[in-house]
Design a protein around this ligand. Structure first.
Ligand code: F3S
Length: 754
């Protein structure tokens, strides 16, 4: 489906030279991750060996993928870049805005009614700027990418944390914020701290009840939710090669759950088979030509301790099926220990729902193995005890499993088939009775299981397992059912055991689809109108931010001095606000409403220095803006940690905040502030945070000499007339000061100066 074989061949044509020269510079054999990273340097040749976990490096990704929730603001921004087309192949996927309730057809119809204007906007903007558009119902971004766009040795960024799924096809695929995606769409480099490397050696072979999912559930138990931070996980060994490509995708997908930058596997026969079965024989042929560059050097895998920062070894012959949870994906329990664990923790044993599918686990292999269990329900005269749902990852998978009778098999156990969309995985599940907030247990094959993630009920205990284990547990209706050992009682009162799941790696009769749901962009989009109604409450065209007037900022008032942790969630909350992701003015009504005011320890309750009254942060800030008074936000350590969402930087900028002054920044948020033309400063002396009082006025007395490495002085006048002069640091380079002067990075690109 419109994958770009020319682009892929170009990547491969340059691969050998780039990797060979990198090997010379680094001076030792290379891992696969290093090969792909060095082959995608913006500067083409490395001037030096990069220090892992230290050096920031500019890259040139091959592709971009965006989902509908994050694409809105990204594309609204891109419209300002003044470019006729995106600079690298890009796709948009409508999957997050479809609520699961009764079943695919009705749910999809309802989503098309409620989010029509968003889909229309995304469709028209994609058409105009050369972006491939996957309509609602076409599938979940990561499954569609794996089926159509991922390719061994490629580098991709995507505006969703599970973009990493494409590592299953040997890519370096990384989740980013919209601002990063916009830069790359506009033809700019993409910066990443050169990652550390974790090697996972898989010995033995999966068999019986154990599935690829159990590998990552085990890894999550070892590494915990933070253990992969700043690292790429590279899997290798005989166990990796014996596994299906889609199974590898599942493992890479959930690398996000251990905080890894991404995960990947070396090119092998399973990838060749998957490429051919998904209509990409030419990609497989091209990959085979350069295959030694699409996997780590043999010496690396022979002596991994010498080349990786950390090595984990897992013997697949001994690996047990796992259930991870509740409330965190790293609480790993092997199935043989579940009886005890459930008892110790008082987890409700009755399982209300088993849910399979999602971007993580809806391959043909997953579904056919799960169906082999569902089929045993009638064969062995059993009855399925839990409710059961399937969320196919793409229309291609859905169509194929329907053709092959697998949906019919699931229907016979009373399953509900949801739309090919995120649905219950992202809380878009209108589960009956969830509002009663009763304590209950569900099992699913998705990736995340934080409180409220699936149905909004904080008392739903969600356990993550392979689709086959989820199906077996749903049939039994019990969390502590161990299908390897336990018997079930059938309608005739006989004890029966479920046979091991069996399935097909790929559909024996090939994949098929009638309408994949893809819309190719116009060849020449210059005449395409992008429709945004001025009355819309969900979408708003952006107005470029004003350039800096070149003068010192004087008379600025304090909007809020945030106490303690202030993450991007505190600055721009999620939940119901997701609805306004494409409307900057409306979503700005959540600006900093989660931040704690250091003077009264309350949230969304700050002093308006113009009236002396207290009110919400956004309203107070709008009053300052209306009066033409600049403002400053003061914060603590690691300000802006959390997600990379650019709204957290755009909202204060839109509302007229001029400066964010903190003890330290989370780096991505600091960059986002710079990109939006905001002044991001840090206290030279951290203790000066304590000098800031509620009624202070601020003068930046030497901003006119703004230059790299030069401190900025702020004169702070307190209510009693006394003054403190504080020094602040910044990390702007020349180019970034250019963004500040222009009003934003995009303004500079639009002016053709970036
Ligand atoms: Fe969607 Fe869940 Fe995957 S939200 S993209 S199905 S992680």
């Amino acid at each position: 489906m419109a994958f770009d074989i020319d682009m892929i061949q170009k990547v491969y044509a340059e691969m050998a030279e780039r990797v060979d020269s990198a090997r010379e510079v680094v001076g030792k054999p290379l891992t696969l991750a290093e090969k792909i990273l060095y082959a995608h340097l913006w500067d083409k040749t490395p001037g030096k060996a990069f220090e892992r976990g230290v050096d920031y490096v500019d890259f040139a990704p091959d592709r971009i993928a965006c989902q509908d929730a994050t694409a809105q603001m990204a594309l609204l921004q891109f419209m300002h870049a003044g470019k006729p087309k995106v600079a690298v192949p890009t796709t948009v996927h409508c999957d997050h805005l479809i609520q699961a309730k009764v079943g695919a057809d009705k749910d999809l119809r309802r989503a098309n009614e409620t989010s029509n204007e968003v889909f229309d906007f995304l469709g028209s903007v994609s058409n105009k700027y050369g972006i491939g558009f996957w309509k609602p119902g076409a599938g979940i971004i990561h499954q569609v990418v794996l089926e159509n766009y991922a390719f061994p040795g490629g580098m991709m960024i995507g505006t969703d944390s599970h973009t990493v799924n494409a590592g299953g096809l040997g890519m370096i695929a990384i989740g980013v914020g919209g601002a990063d995606a916009v830069d790359v769409m506009a033809g700019m480099p993409w910066e990443l701290k050169f990652p550390k490397l974790i090697g996972v050696k898989l010995t033995g072979k999966l068999s019986g009840w154990t599935a690829p999912k159990d590998v990552i559930l085990k890894v999550a138990g070892i590494l915990t939710v933070k253990g992969g931070t700043g690292a790429i996980i590279e899997y290798f060994g005989e166990g990796a090669e014996a596994m299906s490509c889609t199974g590898k995708g599942t493992i890479c997908n959930m690398g996000a759950e251990v905080g890894a930058t991404t995960s990947t596997f070396g090119y092998d026969a399973s990838m060749d088979r998957y490429l051919r079965s998904t209509g990409r024989a030419d990609v497989a042929d091209a990959a085979n030509e350069v295959k030694e560059y699409l996997t780590g050097d043999a010496e690396v895998y022979a002596n991994p301790e010498q080349y990786f920062d950390q090595v984990i070894e897992i013997n697949l012959d001994e690996l047990e099926p796992h259930l991870n949870g509740p409330f965190t994906p790293d609480l790993a329990t092997p199935i043989s220990r579940m009886k005890e664990a459930a008892k110790e923790n008082d987890w409700p044993l009755k399982v209300e729902y088993g849910l399979i599918g999602s971007c993580t686990n809806s391959s043909y292999e997953d579904i056919s193995r799960a169906a082999s269990l569902a089929k045993q329900v009638s064969d062995k005269k059993l009855r399925t005890k839990s409710n059961f749902t399937i969320t196919p990852g793409s229309e291609q998978v859905r169509y194929t499993i329907e053709r092959d009778g697998l949906i019919d098999t699931f229907n016979k156990i009373g399953a509900t088939v949801f739309a090919n969309a995120c649905g219950p995985c992202i809380g878009m599940w209108d589960r009956e009775g969830a509002d009663k907030e009763e304590r209950n247990t569900i099992v699913h094959s998705f990736n995340r299981n934080f409180a409220k993630r699936a149905d909004g009920n904080p008392n739903t205990l969600a356990f993550v397992g392979s689709p086959e284990l989820v199906t077996a547990i749903a049939i039994s209706g019990r969390l502590d059912f161990n299908p390897l050992k336990d018997k079930l009682i059938n309608e005739d009162g006989e004890e029966v055991m479920l046979d091991e799941p069996r399935g097909y790696e790929l559909p024996p009769e090939g994949f098929a689809v009638e309408d994949a749901g893809y819309q190719a962009p116009a060849e020449d989009g210059s005449g395409v109108d992008v429709a945004v109604a001025p009355t819309s409450e969900r979408l708003q065209l952006l107005t470029p931010f004003q350039p800096w007037d070149g003068k010192n900022i004087t008379g600025a008032r304090l909007l809020i001095k945030a106490f303690g942790k202030c993450t991007t969630d505190h600055i721009s909350m999620a939940g119901p606000w997701l609805r306004y992701r494409g409307h900057l003015d409306n979503i700005s009504n959540n600006c900093l409403i989660g931040a704690v005011n250091a003077y009264n320890m309350k949230t969304n309750f700050v002093k308006n220095q113009l009236t002396g009254e207290y009110g919400g942060v956004p309203d107070t800030q709008r009053a300052y803006k209306a009066a033409g008074i600049p403002t400053i936000v003061v914060g603590d350590h690691n300000y802006g940690e959390g997600s990379s969402r650019e709204h957290a930087a755009m909202e204060p900028r839109h509302l007229g905040v001029k400066v964010v002054l903190v003890k330290s920044f989370a780096r991505i948020h600091e960059t986002n502030l710079k990109k939006q033309g905001m002044l991001a400063l840090t206290f030279a002396n951290e203790a000066d945070y304590d000098l800031i009082q509620e009624d202070d006025t601020f003068n930046l007395v030497d901003l006119e000499e703004f230059a790299p490495g030069k401190q900025i002085t702020i004169e702070v006048t307190h209510k009693d007339g006394s003054k403190d002069v504080i020094k602040t640091n910044h990390s702007y380079n020349e180019g970034q000061i250019g963004w500040f002067r222009a009003g934003s990075a995009l303004n500079l690109i639009a002016a053709g100066k970036a």
